[in-house]
Write a protein that binds this ligand. Sequence first.
Ligand SMILES: Nc1ncnc2c1ncn2[C@@H]1O[C@H](COP(=O)(O)OP(=O)(O)O)[C@@H](O)[C@H]1O
Ligand SMILES: [Mg+2]
Length: 337
Amino acid sequence: MSSRDRDWDGVRLHVVTGKGGTGKTTVAAALALALAAEGGKVLLVEVEERHGIAPLFGLDSLSYAEREIAAADNGGTVYALAVDAEAALLEYLEMFYGLRRVGGALRRFGVIDFATTIAPGARDILLTGKVTEAVRRRTPQSARHDGPGPYVYDAVVLDAPPTGRITRFLNVTAEVSGLARVGPVRDHAARVIDVIRSPETVVHFVTLLEEMPVQECVEGIAEARDAGLHVGGILVNMVRPALLEDSVLAAASQGVVDVAALTRGLQAASLPDPSRLAQELSKEIVEHARHMRVAAEARSRLAAAGRPCYDVPFLDDGVDLDGLRRLACELRDQGAV
Ligand SMILES: Nc1ncnc2c1ncn2[C@@H]1O[C@H](COP(=O)(O)OP(=O)(O)O)[C@@H](O)[C@H]1O
Ligand SMILES: [Mg+2]
């Protein structure tokens, strides 16, 4: 193990949220690989039947059964699990009431429909219940040792619902109090709440350097904080390098490009039709400069949120396992995990 400081040392549940399409699943997968990179066992979980993780790891699908999906550096392993509310309910009934093979009967009575579609609070707690169970799970201790055994997973990464729903999703208390005031359901809820409120759980926000995702990110952070959740870092996804010097960018963002100089340069490089090429290139330069200006504004808004920010580079060749490993290295180089 290295002794360097990592910002989220001690965190065992990393919840990854963000506006839809900003790269939650991609970043959650990279984070899981990064966390496993020093020989750890990490569980990557998705909820709500999104089926986003499997293709990233070259698999057809995941199921309600934890399986190994990738080896990380130095002997680490990433496992994955897709949690659906119905399977979680059956497991829960079996665990607490010793009900086996009740699935068919319950389905006929419509209980599962109730839990999975009618009562959103019940549905959420079935999902968070399974996730937090994995966080708390320990290996059985051998008879010679006292006390609890070591944790099965060093960390769990949750590819969570989007920013608009994350606080309600994690805010188990209010939703469940109406469901059961006593008994195993209440106790189950209490254990879920313990994990979610613990400093070992943080909520990370994925964003792009664009206006709407940044807006959602900043609002989401404030809302999560108000709800008493621990806000983790801001993962800035799809970061592209600046291709031009600041002075050139500043001018180009105002639409000013030295087309004559560009033409001479292209001519010197013996490129065909240099003046037309220079015209076309100058449009792209202006576009790039505007993008960089929006990105810089977005960064200063994010800085005001007062959370550590990490850059996740844009992968030109698309997202595959090699790309995810590169992103994991970047996160580690920035001291995230
Ligand atoms: N860093 C990145 N570089 C290149 N493409 C990315 C990156 N992150 C995400 N993508 C692509 O953006 C799309 C949305 O990403 P995804 O992780 O599925 O987002 P979400 O889970 O938030 O909906 C996918 O096509 C994905 O391959
Ligand atoms: Mg996704």
